[in-house]
Design a protein around this ligand. Sequence first.
Ligand SMILES: [Ca+2]
Ligand SMILES: [Ca+2]
Ligand SMILES: [Ca+2]
Length: 488
Amino acid sequence: MLPRAATAALVLLALGLSGCEEHAFVGSFPVMEVGVDQIEFGAVPVGRTATREVVIKNSGANVLHLSEPGVWENPGGAFWVPEYDQAIEPGTQGIVEVTFGPPDVQRYLSILAIKGNDPENRLVEVRLGGDGFRQGAIEVEPLHVDFGTVNAGEAALETVYIRNVGKGDLYINHVDLTDSTKTNFPDYRVINPFIDPGPEDGRLEEGQEVQIRVAYQPGPDSTPPGNGWLQVLAADPFQPETRVQLTAKINRAPVADAGADRTADPLIPVTLDGSSSFDPDGHEPLSYEWALVRKPEGSNAAILNPQRETTTLVPDLVGVYEAKLWVEDSTGLKSLLPDRVVVTAIPAERLLVELVWDSPIADLDLHMLHPGGSLGDFLDCHYNNRNPDWGTPGQGDDPAMLHDDLMGFGPETIGYANPLDVTYTLKIDFFAAHTPSGREPTTATLRIFVDGLLRAEIVRKLSKQGQLWTAASVQWPEGAITELNQME
Ligand SMILES: [Ca+2]
Ligand SMILES: [Ca+2]
Ligand SMILES: [Ca+2]
């Protein structure tokens, strides 16, 4: 140690050497003062970070610029500082943040280099130290989830347990399906990354457990899945990644095929063919369920043997019929959607007349009279004269009673392929009520189709047996219909 006098002499010497002009020049520079020469972060769990601030004071007379911060000799990249370009005014201070994030369980040492434009102190080094340690320890169970065979349209749920079996907290950073699983097998799903009571910030305390619900939910278009993977990332240096394998088999639903839509003649049986239905897995034989879901008003059509692969529908009236078909595979899995087939009954005849009524027991009779005809004679086409020979004998210019009905609902149908150019009269006879009094009413509906189109629908209540309703006339070739609506 120098004696006091010697110290004073050195100061004087320094002043003398620099001179007055030079002194003013030195005073205009910044002066960088860094508060610490070392930082000890202590123990930081692997996967977590700790940040400290380094205070830098400018005690000079000009602005201090900091640049190019760096961490030297930095194994594993455990320490880092943000990019910065600070300007610190004279007499003020700035801050440099340094962060420690240990990638492994070990001691880390490094050096923080702070550079500034202080000409006498361009570089300050701060020694850094910190320890990475294992905090929690992860256990995932099970490591293989097999959902078994799952029906399309249904879902299977399983649980994966994630536990912290270590000392201290365990941080779970990520729980999800791998990207390739999401892309290739979208029927695997994670219902809840964390369910109640869930950890905050993915933190599991010592001994804590969370349940992850995973599902396999195949849809109507799904195909058999391959192996999926649930990925769990945790701040456990000895097991940062855990994968749970997901496997499942799909039972695909059978596909119903009710055949092609078509047109048909009224009263002619139509075959409904479900034989193109199939099960993608080959779970056959299939079972069948047909249902008639739409038919013309007043129709009594029904599907015969609705549980057969191939069955029959008789479209009793002109109009649209729609049948649905469901199939079931041999495992009992039903088609997810029915198939539909539409049968449109269109008259082949240029003139077609239909009569239906709403009593289940009454008998009504439809009559079409040629001019000059009377009820029951050969110029009256009816149940007792079904194929009269009008016009030219033996020529195809005659009407035909296509369907007769003795009790309940009808229809009674007269078709006329090529009508003669005359005016026809349509009469309805309340032939029998089939009740003791004969006075139970019934409501009759008469429909007249010309060239396939419904031209008239006439509804009339008949109150008692024996009534004769003259409903309408049809003038040919115009096809003009006149409602007469007279009751005798
Ligand atoms: Ca199947
Ligand atoms: Ca009848
Ligand atoms: Ca004829």
